[in-house]
Design a protein around this ligand. Structure first.
Ligand code: 6GU
Length: 226
């Protein structure tokens, strides 16, 4: 999969893409992430990318031209499955959206800043608008990093344990059960006996019960989903 991210602050995306799972996915050749500085596509001498909004009102708007030139430059080399605008008024990201996007080959993500981007970019290029939750961030970069991570880890071969993405919280609309590792007794805090028993069938049953209980307690809304 190839992901192109358009940003006015590309530095915000450097570290998240260069460590842990994103690093491994890229090293294995399963994922390529390219971050483009929108400022490089400004035609003005001062490299301007934002301006006051027509009709008045506080806050700057990202201009059509630099964004359109960057998008068209990328589109001249390949066809994008989706051109995603990261925005708090988009559809809220969930696991089924991440699953859907993880099966694509070429994704573009546009990060807004200031008040947002000129509406004409949304009308003429954007195919999907995604929010990562009901709160406002100062730009789309951190949201794009979240989206890339949620997608990248689903690409087959990215995680070491090929099955583990399937058992995550939300993959079955259930939260994950409690987990433990060594030592079995830390200052009297003991790991549930059953997990040390080696009885895989009983352990599976226990984990499922715990998942259900957690979901009922913490996120009953998930139990009513689809
Ligand atoms: Cl995608 N962008 C911004 N700026 N704020 C957000 C968001 C995105 N998702 C939630 N809040």
């Amino acid at each position: 999969m190839r992901i192109d991210i358009l940003s006015a602050v590309p530095e915000l995306l450097e570290s998240p893409m260069q460590h842990s799972i994103m690093k491994r996915a890229q090293e294995k050749g399963l994922l390529e992430v390219f971050v483009h500085n929108i400022r490089d596509y400004s035609l003005s001498k001062q490299k301007q990318i934002d301006d006051y909004q027509y009709g008045g009102g506080a806050g700057m708007v990202m201009m059509v031209e630099p964004l359109a030139r960057c998008i068209e430059h990328l589109q001249s080399a390949r066809t994008y499955d989706e051109i995603i605008y990261m925005t708090p008024d988009g559809k809220r990201l969930d696991q089924s959206e991440a699953n859907f996007l993880s099966m694509k080959s070429n994704l573009m993500m546009i990060c807004g800043h200031y008040k947002g981007i000129d509406e004409r970019i949304r009308e003429h290029f954007v195919t999907k608008e995604i929010s990562i939750g009901d709160y406002v961030l100062s730009g789309g970069e951190l949201a794009a990093a979240v989206l890339v991570d949620s997608i990248g880890r689903l690409i087959p071969g990215v995680l070491n344990d090929g099955t583990s993405a399937l058992f995550d919280s939300f993959q079955d609309n259930l939260l994950a059960p409690p987990i433990y590792t060594r030592p079995a007794d830390y200052k009297g805090w003991k790991v549930p006996e059953l997990l040390l028993s080696g009885n895989t069938k009983l352990i599976e049953e226990w984990r499922h019960e715990q998942s259900l209980k957690r979901t009922e307690d913490r996120r009953p809304d998930l139990l009513d989903k689809d």
